[in-house]
Design a protein around this ligand. Structure first.
Ligand SMILES: Cc1cc2nc3c(=O)[nH]c(=O)nc-3n(C[C@H](O)[C@H](O)[C@H](O)COP(=O)(O)OP(=O)(O)OC[C@H]3O[C@@H](n4cnc5c(N)ncnc54)[C@H](O)[C@@H]3O)c2cc1C
Length: 373
């Protein structure tokens, strides 16, 4: 009898699991991929895609249909919609489609790969609610970057540092670029912070420390008035908030979520199986352990695919192993970067080679042809 695996989320985690299962599938497996967007989005390059003329849409958006069409038509289905409810006892998921109708999907195994979104609305750092919305946000941001003379990037985590670096590289001599850092060091005080700070300074990015945003309001002239927690106000042509991620877990019953009210990820065991939910697995930013990261997501997706296959075959799951080393790489502009492998600092040239020169864009093809899995 045909078994059904439903995968929620068509990004790094979900598409990877879909490829892994479909590559090795026999005739008795059907994979249903549910995605808000019609396209896979290489969001790692969003920081450079907001610089006009740097990255073409086709390089970072890949149609999911095209990625799956290499497999027999009867073995997969792509549903463009949003998972809005899940019943782990009844083994069903409710999906709301664009026309607001709902579909209830039954599954034998379920994979949660719905990731996490940017806390700031309508920013292009992560996929938005549809392909069109994400492309629109990228294009509008790029147009505003072009016109602005004064740009404030808020949040000095890796996204904020990379955005400020790209802006500094392109416009450091012609526009004022300010990076707001709520603490005393950028990158949360990671050991690569000093190197990244020095790279940003070379690009004329001004870093403002102890600068926590309390409020940002658009003025009638189309500028933004950014008010900091200490009361200081900065008026800017373009305000780019980058701080915060929100796990996309609203459709998951509350008892399976972390108790942290500020970061409600899904609870998993060492097999990446959702606790107290037989046949349900999770990978990537929806788990955010040990942290939200694309390489961590890849590794977890491979484990989840293997464990789903084992479950379908009635075998026991294997413990999901993490990455052998912790690599942290922050690109700073198109020429340089800062990073480390575990606690060993890596030279800028290595970060450039591994990440900064193209922000991994060529790797997006692996998610189309399935070679990633
Ligand atoms: C600017 C930037 C640069 C980054 N650079 C790096 C880097 O260099 N190295 C690194 O390791 N990590 C990096 N990351 C982190 C990396 O992007 C994430 O770890 C990765 O995106 C996680 O993939 P994911 O598939 O788990 O989730 P996501 O990428 O968050 O994707 C989840 C998918 O699920 C969809 N979805 C959400 N809710 C639902 C729902 N209810 N129903 C259906 N679909 C849904 C979303 O639309 C999305 O398509 C970066 C992040 C950002 C923002």
């Amino acid at each position: 009898m045909t078994k059904t695996v439903v995968i929620l989320g068509g990004a790094y985690g979900g598409l990877h699991v879909a490829h892994a299962l479909l590559k090795r599938a026999n005739k008795d497996l059907k994979v249903i991929l549910v995605s808000k967007s019609t396209h896979f989005y290489w969001n790692l390059a969003s920081v450079r895609a907001i610089i006009p003329g740097q990255i073409k849409d086709e390089a970072i958006f890949k149609p999911l249909n095209g990625a799956l069409s290499r497999y027999p038509a009867e073995s997969w289905e792509l549903i463009i919609g949003t998972a809005t409810a899940a019943d782990f006892e009844g083994k069903t998921v409710e999906v709301t489609l664009a026309d607001k109708t709902t579909r209830t999907l039954s599954y034998d195994q379920l994979v949660l790969a719905t990731g996490a979104r940017s806390a700031a609305d309508n920013t292009p750092w992560k996929g938005l609610d549809s392909y069109d919305e994400t492309v629109k946000s990228l294009h509008e941001t790029a147009a505003r970057v072009k016109d602005a003379q004064h740009i404030v990037v808020a949040g000095a985590g890796s996204t904020g540092v990379e955005v400020a670096g790209e802006l500094g590289y392109e416009y450091g001599k012609t526009k004022k670029i300010i990076l707001l850092c709520s603490g005393e060091k950028i990158l949360g005080g990671d050991s690569v912070a000093a190197a990244a700070t020095s790279e940003l300074k070379k690009l004329n990015v001004v870093i403002k420390y102890g600068a926590r945003v309390a409020e940002a309001k658009t003025t009638p002239e189309g500028k933004t008035n950014v008010v900091l927690a200490d009361g200081e106000a900065i008026t800017t042509d373009l305000y780019l908030p980058t701080m915060g991620l929100v796990p996309n877990t609203e459709y998951i019953p509350d008892r399976h979520l972390s108790a942290n009210p500020n970061y409600r990820t899904v609870n998993v065991d060492e097999y990446l199986r959702v606790r107290d939910a037989p046949g349900v697995w999770a990978c990537g930013d929806v788990v955010s352990r040990p942290r939200a990261g694309f390489m961590i997501t890849q590794k977890q997706a491979a484990s989840v695919a293997k464990n789903v296959e084992a479950a379908l075959a009635g075998r026991e799951p294997l413990v999901a192993r993490g990455l052998p080393v912790d690599i942290y790489a922050c690109s700073v502009g198109r020429d340089r970067g800062a990073g480390r492998m575990n606690s060993i600092k890596l030279p800028s040239i290595m970060i450039w080679l591994a990440k900064g020169r193209n922000l991994g864009v060529p790797r997006a093809q692996g998610y189309v042809d399935g070679s990633v899995a």
